[in-house]
Design a protein around this ligand. Structure first.
Ligand code: COA
Ligand code: ZN
Length: 312
């Protein structure tokens, strides 16, 4: 069967948030702003530019207010902020976030480790955010973290993920992200869950968030895309990971994903050479190599010189 790859795939860049949250080296505020500004020039329509969480929980992103205030906003780009509670939502709105991404785990244990509260408390907090922001010019999305597996609890019951999606929608939250926090998803599982969730909301409202922890990240993207999903999170260089999930590692790598799309003909609207330039600056910024592969290998069309001594 020849697959239809003509529908656009929307990449939401999350390196300024998921990417930097786990970095041990402090990235100065101006460098964070420069990273977001560079991404704004690459053709993304959505960039998760930071999180408004407890500075004790995630010291690396404690300057999110200054970052959101300092970036050059490209028309047509939605600048998203991750928030855990009402205080974070208020900070994010004050700093000019265009969309809030509320996060709760499907796993009770991971939610307690990550958000220091039970799922029921997270949901109460989300309801308070929705109420407090009624009429405000800000979009709302909510993430189901550990939707495909939890490093503490293992396999997550799909029905529970569906119940959480339903709870978000009932609250009036328009967008939903299914996140594979520690790369436990497989393509078959992804196709099954995406199929069920897309019966409940349109593809334009669903985002998939994969980590490449077990090497299945891009396989999972294709499985979800073939099932009708159209929006995907990815991080420049394959940075990323949740500091409160043991064994966490990087998001799927944005330039590797865009290269896949370019090669199979899925339109993304993203400028890959520009992205490669940004990615190749990451080791200098962070002081270590990054997992992404395309920045090391180059694109298929970036050819090498022919050796001069070939036999005739
Ligand atoms: N932004 C800034 N400060 C915040 C905050 C926010 N969104 N939410 C709480 N705080 C502050 C409180 O004001 C309080 O400060 P104080 O001690 O100076 O008075 C302190 O943090 C503790 O507040 P509390 O409500 O008791 O929080 P907690 O310690 O139970 O932690 C969270 C709960 C949700 C704030 C914290 O676990 C968190 O930020 N988690 C996010 C983790 C994350 O980002 N993971 C990766 C992305 S999924
Ligand atoms: Zn993540």
């Amino acid at each position: 069967m020849i697959r239809d790859y003509s529908a656009r795939l929307i990449v939401q860049e999350v390196s300024p948030r998921d990417g930097l949250q786990i970095e041990p080296t402090w990235v100065p505020t101006q460098d964070k702003i420069a990273l977001v500004n560079g991404l704004s020039q690459a053709g993304f329509s959505r960039i998760e530019a930071g999180s408004f969480v407890s500075p004790r929980a995630i010291p690396a992103l404690r300057d999110a207010d200054e970052v959101f205030r300092g970036i050059l906003r490209q028309p047509g780009v939605v600048y998203v902020a991750l928030v855990p509670n009402l205080k974070g939502a208020q900070r994010a709105v004050a700093a000019g976030a265009g969309e809030l991404n509320l996060v709760m785990s499907a796993s009770e244990t991971h939610n307690r480790a990550n958000m220091r509260m039970r799922k029921a408390q997270s949901l109460e907090g989300f309801a308070a955010i929705v109420e407090a922001l009624a009429g405000a010019p800000v979009l709302l999305n909510a993430t189901v973290a550990t939707a495909f597996g939890c490093p503490f609890e293992g396999r997550i019951d799909e029905d529970e993920v569906l119940r959480i999606v339903e709870a978000y929608l009932e609250m009036g939250i328009a967008g939903v992200t299914l996140a594979d926090t520690t790369g436990m998803a497989n393509p078959r599982q992804v196709a099954g869950l995406v199929e069920r969730v897309l019966r409940r909301l349109p593809a334009s409202a669903l985002t998939l968030h994969f980590h490449n922890t077990r090497g299945l990240g891009l396989c999972n993207v294709l499985a979800a895309y073939e099932q009708g999903a159209r929006r995907f999170d990815a991080a420049l260089g394959g940075l990323g990971g949740c500091p409160f999930a043991p064994g966490a590692s990087g998001n799927i790598c944005t330039e590797d994903l865009v290269n896949l799309c370019d090669e199979v003909g899925i339109p993304t609207g993203i400028d890959l050479p520009h992205l490669l330039n940004l990615s190749r600056a990451l080791p200098g910024l962070l002081g270590h190599e990054v997992p992404g592969q395309l920045a090391k290998a180059g694109r298929n069309r970036d050819l090498h010189p022919v050796p001069p001594d070939l036999p005739g």
